[in-house]
Design a binder for this molecule. Structure first.
Ligand SMILES: [Zn+2]
Length: 86
């Protein structure tokens, strides 16, 4: 689980019932990362940071305990930058 210190949780904003696809979709290996942020494997909870436009990493490059289940990535924390590549 992603960690935040008590004094840094003020920088996290909770979004209730988001409808954007990056919050509602679970992404497969090789799909393009829709927004930069922290993602977790839906089955084993392993976490990665990924940048917008990159591809989600292949299963053989990570340490997963998903058994026969596929590695799928779910957005946990979305970063917000002032640049064009949010
Ligand atoms: Zn996994």
């Amino acid at each position: 689980m992603a960690l935040a210190a008590e004094h840094t949780t003020q920088y996290l904003q909770s979004i209730s019932k988001p409808t954007e696809i990056h919050w509602t979709h679970v992404f497969d290996i090789g799909e393009e990362v829709p927004v930069s942020g922290i993602y977790r494997c839906f089955f084993c909870s392993d976490e990665i940071t990924s940048n917008k436009g990159d591809k989600f990493p292949p299963q053989n490059k990570t340490q997963h305990e998903c058994d026969s289940k596929p590695v799928q990535w779910q957005l946990v924390v979305m970063t917000q930058t002032k640049g064009p590549n949010t």
